[in-house]
Ligand binder design. Structure first.
Ligand code: A3P
Length: 305
């Protein structure tokens, strides 16, 4: 690990992506030890694309028969990151300790920020399902910038420059958490085109705009479609309401407490939860630069934001 090229020490360049140096051990351990089961469901995202939201949705969706009528739904008392743990920063994070995941009930739900190319071989070779969530690069960048300013000190070993301009330059050059952003998105987009039964590709913006349609699509992809009776009972809306920004961000557990190995406060995962906040931060020049890169990287594969 110490021989990898780094950005100011805190991001290490590994298999074409910039991984937080503090996560490198967990990444290597995940790649080495995870044995995927056919029934596993893996949520993959680039940081700040809506991971917390989709963790809540996946947990509520998959466990709806067991919990949706319960007054003590686990999401009311636990942060989504506790219920659907990250592989590299939770389950395989501890040095000298390999998590025994065989005892977890099926379907096992995990999350990762790894690109498709860096996923453990057993994930790629098994028939387990992958749900990938991404977000337009301008909002992703702004959200990452806020988050880093808030919690960066917990993640870095020496100070990094946090000016919007410097961070923006780094983002455009691909030097952002789990970036280059475009390569990360492309790695899953291409796979979702080739193997639609394995990779479900979802944009934050489309989930915001048409949540009912996309939640039903997601359920179908996972093999747990809503029955007509469930639809009649309003189950789709129940899940969306439970997992909404307003509901989750106002729960005591998410206002207080910490759930990550880095000591990040749960409240840090909830900021505005809107589409288009970039308009409040980026200059016309910045927008043009980012749009240009996005167009250049994505136009040949038919991906638009
Ligand atoms: P903003 O910073 O734009 O508000 P991640 O979960 O991948 O870390 O992403 C965090 C982003 O998702 C933040 O975006 C956060 O506010 C938003 N978010 C968190 N929970 C959400 C929810 N239930 N619905 C919609 N957006 C949510």
């Amino acid at each position: 690990i110490s021989s990898l090229p780094t950005v100011e020490g805190w991001l290490s360049h590994y298999q074409g992506f910039w991984i937080p140096t503090k996560c490198m051990h967990g990444v290597l351990a995940t790649q080495k030890h995870l044995q995927a089961h056919e029934t596993d469901i893996l949520l993959a995202t680039i940081p700040k694309a809506g991971t917390t939201w989709l963790k809540a949705i996946l947990f509520a969706l998959v466990n709806r028969v067991r919990y949706l009528d319960s007054q003590q739904h686990p999401l009311l008392a636990n942060n989504p990151h506790t219920l659907l743990p990250f592989l590299e920063t939770k389950l395989f994070y501890k040095k000298n300790e390999v998590s025994d995941l065989t005892l977890l009930t099926s379907p096992r739900l995990f999350a990762t920020h790894l690109s498709y190319s860096s996923l453990p071989t057993s994930v790629k070779n098994s028939t387990c399902k992958i749900v990938y969530v991404c977000r337009n690069p301008k909002d992703t960048f702004v959200s990452q910038w806020h988050f880093q300013n808030k919690v960066g000190a917990l993640m870095v070993t020496k100070p990094v420059s946090n000016s919007l301009e410097q961070s923006f330059n780094n983002f455009c050059r691909g030097m952002s958490v789990y970036g280059p952003f475009w390569d990360h998105v492309l790695s899953y987009w291409i796979e979702s085109l080739e193997k639609p039964e394995k990779v479900f590709f979802l944009k934050y913006e489309e989930m915001k705009e048409q949540p009912i349609i996309h939640l039903k699509r997601l359920a179908e992809f996972l093999g747990c479609s809503f029955s007509p009776e469930e639809e009649e009972k309003g189950r789709v809306n129940d899940i969306l309401k439970l997992c909404s920004f307003d509901n989750l961000s106002n729960l005591e557990i998410n206002k207080k407490g910490k759930s990550s190995v880095f000591g990040i406060e749960n409240a840090s995962y909830f900021r505005k939860g809107e589409v288009g906040d970039w308009k409040n931060y980026l200059t016309a020049q910045m927008v043009e630069r980012l749009d240009c890169i996005t167009e250049e990287k994505f136009h040949t594969v038919g991906l638009k934001f």
